[in-house]
Design a protein around this ligand. Structure first.
Ligand code: PEP
Length: 253
């Protein structure tokens, strides 16, 4: 069974004390289930506290929100994939829209980061998604495929198959306006077709949706076969709303 992924991107929220307490509370109130896994992406300074709070739970993991592509050296302020792995991360987000649009991260840079993440033995979660004006101009597919091409450049088919893609339309992030389940699924199909041409025959990509996922809309989104999970920002910051999301039923699967 492929496990659904429930990923929590805390952005720049929750220091070590709050992060550790939140994970401990969530895990105490949610018993492991074979059909789903949780991944917490705390701020890097809170990673240690989250890893400690995971206490070896096999259905939960921790990741970093960002890495630099070089493993070490004179890069003041940066963190690297090998250091994240040493600190207990098993995942890394790459290409989140806030990195792309607030920090100017390019497609080429996301490619370097994905390769660095894989080289360090971490699992990359590559975020792609169009701006509102790009959607209105009918350019969603073009933008998403360009971001995939850049983010997965230089990988062979086996390495490409290790990447989880999160489709996050920029206009839906933090706005309270989610993509409709049908619209999300349509873009997922486009991504899945592209990935099918770039991964070994028979492999099934895992593609998540992110953008204003909430306890109220999670069931409708996750009812779509195309969605292998969700990447959640705001609604992952508190135990109550996060628990309601990770408890979402997925009938028939
Ligand atoms: C995100 O930060 O990846 C995200 C999807 O945020 P939100 O759920 O708040 O829209």
């Amino acid at each position: 069974m492929t496990r659904a992924i429930f990923a929590a991107n805390w952005k720049l929220n929750h220091g070590p004390a709050a992060a550790g307490a939140l994970v401990r509370e969530v895990l105490a109130r949610f018993q492991p289930r074979a059909d789903r896994e949780q991944i917490f992406f705390p701020p890097a300074l809170s990673l240690g506290a989250v890893v400690e709070a995971l206490a070896g739970r096999r259905d939960a993991a921790a990741g970093v929100q960002h890495v630099y592509w070089e493993p070490k050296g004179a890069f003041t302020g940066e963190i690297s994939a090998p250091l994240a792995a040493e600190a207990g991360a098993t995942w890394a987000l790459v290409g989140h829209s806030e990195r792309r649009h607030k920090f100017g991260e390019t497609d080429e840079e996301t490619g370097r980061k994905v390769r660095a993440v894989l080289a360090a033995g971490l699992a990359p979660m590559l975020c792609v998604g169009e701006l509102l004006e790009e959607r209105r101009a009918g350019r969603t597919e073009e933008v998403v495929l360009r971001q995939l091409t850049g983010g997965l450049a230089g990988l062979d088919a086996a390495a490409t198959a290790r990447v989880v893609v999160a489709y996050e339309p920029v206009w839906a992030i933090g706005t309270g306006v989610n993509a409709t389940p049908a619209d999300a699924a349509a873009v997922h199909r486009t991504i899945r077709r592209w990935l099918a041409d770039h991964t070994p025959p028979g492999s099934r990509a895992r593609i998540l949706y992110g953008g204003s996922v909430s306890p109220e809309n999670a069931a409708a989104l996750l009812a779509e076969e195309e969605l292998d999970g969700v990447l959640v920002g705001g609604a992952s910051l508190k135990a109550e709303s996060w628990l309601r999301i990770i408890e979402t039923a997925r009938p028939g699967r």
